[in-house]
Design a protein around this ligand. Structure first.
Ligand code: GSH
Length: 214
């Protein structure tokens, strides 16, 4: 059976869990708390020298890292990864956008608010991250407001899963989604797709920090 090393409250890891659930594929989930250094042990680094989750391990010992590469691998040959080259490229376009323009701002703002001390110097990064994250959210909202229903080409798929992960929890990073009605409608559409599962809640200590106002 497929093994996923993942940290449950991580959006990057939840992408993999959500896709597997929607494909109806069971997995063995090995909880690996990246916030406690569990991805930096010698044993883990031997498999993934980049020291991050998620990491997929196949029965034959092959290992795949990078959440969006994992999504493409698992969804290959299914309707969740378009076969048509143009539609396929649209999905990739949004997955690259997610990793460069979206996740580094929105996920990092959420991490700083929920996983660092309230007096951490990293909190000074929040205004710039929030400005960058709002630019990404506005780009997404504009795509949807122009008439697109999804980000994975013409149907729901891997790019929607990739973008959903941290957009759904963007309020944790201090992002108000009220100015983005098309984005909020899309979040609801994703939640309505067959087999959808929500991301597990963070530990109480992290949830309490996320709930506090800055
Ligand atoms: N580009 C990577 C990012 C993965 C990532 O940032 N993982 C975080 C958890 S969300 C992690 O493992 N951080 C631990 C570390 O970097 O030490 C992906 O999409 O898989």
């Amino acid at each position: 059976m497929i093994v996923v090393h993942g940290y449950s409250p991580s959006g990057n890891c939840h992408k993999v869990r959500l896709l597997l659930a929607q494909l109806g594929r069971p997995c063995t989930w090995i909880e690996t708390d990246s916030s406690r250094g569990e991805t930096r042990t010698p044993g883990y680094l031997a498999k993934n020298p980049n020291g991050q989750v998620p990491m997929l391990e196949l029965d034959d010992g092959r290992v795949l890292v990078e959440s969006n590469a994992i999504l493409c691998f698992l969804a290959a040959g299914t309707p969740l990864l378009p076969a048509d080259p143009w539609q396929h490229a649209q999905a990739l376009r949004w997955m690259f956008f997610e990793q460069y323009s979206h996740e580094p701002a929105i996920a990092v703002a959420r991490f700083i608010r929920g996983w660092t001390d309230v007096d951490s110097p990293r909190r000074a990064e929040l205004p710039a991250l929030q400005a960058r994250g709002h630019r990404a959210l506005a780009v997404m909202d504009g795509h949807l407001a122009a008439g697109a229903a999804w980000f994975s080409g013409s149907a729901y798929g891997v790019a929607d899963i990739a973008l959903f992960a941290y957009t759904a929890v963007a309020p944790d990073g201090g992002f108000d989604l009220a100015p983005y009605p098309a984005l909020r409608d899309w979040l609801a559409r994703v939640r309505g797709t067959p087999g959808f599962i929500d991301m597990p809640a963070p530990a109480p200590v992290n949830a309490a920090r996320l709930a506090a106002t800055d």
